[in-house]
Design a protein around this ligand. Structure first.
Ligand SMILES: Cc1cc2nc3c(=O)[nH]c(=O)nc-3n(C[C@H](O)[C@H](O)[C@H](O)COP(=O)(O)OP(=O)(O)OC[C@H]3O[C@@H](n4cnc5c(N)ncnc54)[C@H](O)[C@@H]3O)c2cc1C
Length: 451
C-alpha cells in the first residue's frame, strides 16, 4: 500500500459519465404513452429502443440522467457469466436448464455486440474474452472442474494453462485460469450514453431529473413524479438495485454496494514489468467475492469489487458518498496483485449499486395480479450483457410475441426471506465468503511477499 493511496479522489458518480450537456427536461404536466419505463440504464434504454423498433411509443423516466446508475459505473466486462457460475446453475436448476442458460448467456454477449455495431457506438470495445484467474494453486482444482463442467454444458470456454497465460503476457500474479471466450471489455460510459443518444435520435421521449415517487396501479397506470405524471397502458420497472425504494418486486432485490478504482496510465516499462498484457483480456479472480481488473484503451487499470457492502434498509439513496474503508480495501488487493507496479498512483475510486437475488438470476416478467406491470431487475453483477439484452425480451413480452428465451429467463423468483432474516443470511454469507478469500490471500501473499 502506497502512502498516497489515501489521497485518491472518491468520485460522486464515476470517471465514465457526467451529466450530459443535453440533459433532458424533467417531466411536467400529464403525458401519455403506450409504455412507461422507469429507469434509464441499459435495461430501460434497450427496452425503449426495442419498443420503438416495434412501433410502440415508450417514454423513459429517469431520476437523474440516463447512465447515472450501475450502467454508468460498472467495470465494463462484457461476459457470458450467468447465475453465480454454471456449476451453481446446474446445482440450483438441473443440467438441462443450466445448458440452456449457457446458450442464453452467449446470446446476451452476441446481442450486446450487435447493439454496439447497430447503433454505431464507439465504446472502446475490445473483443478479448475474460479470464477467471487463479492467484494461488489452492484455487486451481476447483476452477478446472468448473471449466470442464461448463464446457460439457456447451459454454465457449477453455482452461488457460500457465504457458498460455505467459504467452498472452497476462500479469504474472495470475497463474492460470478459465477463459470465457465470448465478450471482452468496453467503456461503460460511452456505451450507456451511446444508447441514450440512439434513443434521443429516434425521438424517444426521455424525462431526466424526474424521480418516480409513486405508482398508481390502475388501468391505465399513473406514474407520478414531483413535476408531472405519465399515464400509460403498461409499465416497465427497470430500476435494478434501486427498485425496493419504488415498487414491486423490489423487495426481492438485495442491493450490494461495490467499489472500483482506476490507476494513472501505465508507461511502456510498467507494462513490460507486469508481462505486457498484450490482448488486454479482462481478469477476474477465482475468489468467492471476486476481484476484477482490466487494462483500458488509455492504458489505465480499472479494478475492484472486493469486500462488497450490504445495508439493512436496502435503500441505496440513504447511503453512498465517500467510502474510505472500501476504497483502501480494493486498492490494497490491487497492490497485492500487481507488486511490480509498486509506485503507480491510483487516480480515483467510486462506487455503485448492484441488484442481487438469492438464486443469482434476474427477475423478469409481469406481476401475477397485473399483467400490465412488467419488470426486469437484479442482474447480479452481469448486467452489461444481460441488462442490455433485456430490450428485445421485454418488447416481445409486452407484444405477447413468442421469444425462445422467455422460458429460460422469466422464472419463478427465488424464495426471499423477510428483511431481518435476509439481512442476517446475506451478512453471514458475505462474512463466510470473505473469510475464505482472506485465507487464499494470506497464502498468496506468503509466496509473493514472504509475509
Ligand atoms: C461497481 C459495479 C461494477 C460492475 N461491473 C460489472 C461488469 O464488469 N460486468 C457486468 O456485466 N456487470 C457489472 N455490473 C453490473 C451492471 O452494471 C448492472 O447489472 C447493469 O448496469 C444494470 O443495468 P440497469 O439498467 O438494470 O440498472 P441501472 O443502470 O442501475 O439503472 C437503473 C436506473 O434507475 C434510475 N432510478 C432509480 N430510482 C428511480 C426513480 N425513483 N425514478 C426514476 N428513475 C430511477 C437510476 O437513476 C438508474 O439510472 C457492475 C455494477 C457495479 C455497481
Amino acid at each position: 500500500m502506497q502512502n498516497d493511496d489515501a489521497s485518491a479522489r472518491f468520485l460522486d458518480i464515476s470517471p465514465y459519465v457526467a451529466r450530459p450537456a443535453n440533459l433532458q427536461a424533467p417531466l411536467s404536466g400529464d403525458v401519455h404513452a403506450d409504455v412507461a419505463i422507469i429507469g434509464g440504464g441499459y435495461t430501460g434504454l434497450s427496452t425503449a429502443l426495442a419498443l420503438h423498433d416495434a412501433g410502440i411509443s415508450a417514454v423513459v423516466i429517469e431520476r437523474d440522467f440516463c447512465g447515472y446508475g450501475a450502467s454508468g459505473r460498472n467495470a465494463g466486462h462484457l461476459t457470458p457469466t450467468i447465475c453465480k457460475d454454471l456449476p451453481t446453475a446446474m446445482m440450483l436448476f438441473g443440467r438441462e436448464t443450466a445448458a440452456k442458460l449457457a446458450r442464453y448467456a452467449d446470446f446476451c454477449v452476441e446481442s450486446t455486440e450487435h447493439m454496439i455495431r447497430n447503433y454505431g457506438i464507439d465504446c472502446d470495445y475490445n473483443q478479448s474474452g475474460n479470464i477467471m484467474s487463479v492467484i494461488h494453486a489452492a484455487q486451481e482444482k476447483r476452477l478446472r472442474a468448473a471449466t470442464e463442467a461448463a464446457v460439457a454444458l456447451g459454454a465457449k470456454m477453455h482452461f488457460v494453462e500457465p504457458g498460455e497465460m505467459r504467452e498472452r503476457g497476462m500479469p504474472r500474479t495470475f497463474l492460470c485460469g478459465a477463459m470465457e471466450e465470448a465478450g471482452g471489455t468496453l467503456h461503460t460510459g460511452k456505451f450507456v450514453l451511446g444508447l441514450r443518444e440512439a434513443a434521443l435520435a429516434r425521438g424517444i421521449r426521455i424525462y431526466e431529473q424526474s424521480a418516480v415517487e409513486h405508482i398508481e396501479e390502475r388501468k391505465p397506470m399513473r406514474i407520478i413524479t414531483a413535476g408531472g405524471t405519465v399515464t400509460a397502458d403498461r409499465l416497465v420497472m427497470a430500476t435494478n438495485a434501486y427498485s425496493g425504494e419504488i415498487g414491486r418486486p423490489g423487495d426481492r432485490i438485495s442491493p450490494l454496494y461495490i467499489t472500483l478504482f482506476e490507476t494513472a496510465p501505465l508507461s511502456e516499462d510498467q507494462l513490460e514489468a507486469i508481462g505486457g498484457w498484450k490482448g488486454r483480456e479482462g481478469i477476474y479472480t477465482a475468489h468467492e467475492s471476486m476481484e476484477s481488473y482490466r487494462l483500458t484503451a488509455q492504458r489505465t487499470i480499472i479494478g475492484g469489487s472486493k469486500d462488497v457492502q450490504y445495508f439493512y434498509d436496502c435503500a441505496p439513496y440513504n447511503h453512498g458518498g465517500e467510502s474510505d474503508a472500501r476504497k483502501m480495501s480494493v486498492i490494497r488487493a490491487f497492490r497485492d496483485r500487481f507488486p511490480a507496479l509498486g509506485d503507480l498512483p491510483v487516480s480515483h475510486a467510486w462506487a455503485g449499486w448492484c441488484g442481487f437475488t438469492l438464486n443469482f438470476m434476474p427477475l423478469v416478467g409481469s406481476a401475477s395480479d397485473n399483467p400490465n406491470y412488467y419488470y426486469a431487475i437484479g442482474f447480479n453483477g452481469h448486467g452489461v450483457a444481460q441488462a442490455t439484452t433485456m430490450g428485445t425480451l421485454m418488447a416481445d413480452l409486452i407484444l405477447r410475441k413468442p421469444n425462445p428465451w422467455h422460458e429460460i429467463v422469466c422464472r419463478k423468483p427465488a424464495f426471499t426471506p423477510p428483511k431481518p432474516l435476509r439481512y442476517l443470511t446475506i451478512k453471514a454469507l458475505l462474512a463466510a465468503l470473505n473469510g475464505l478469500d482472506r485465507r487464499i490471500d494470506r497464502k498468496a501473499n506468503a509466496i509473493t511477499f514472504g509475509r
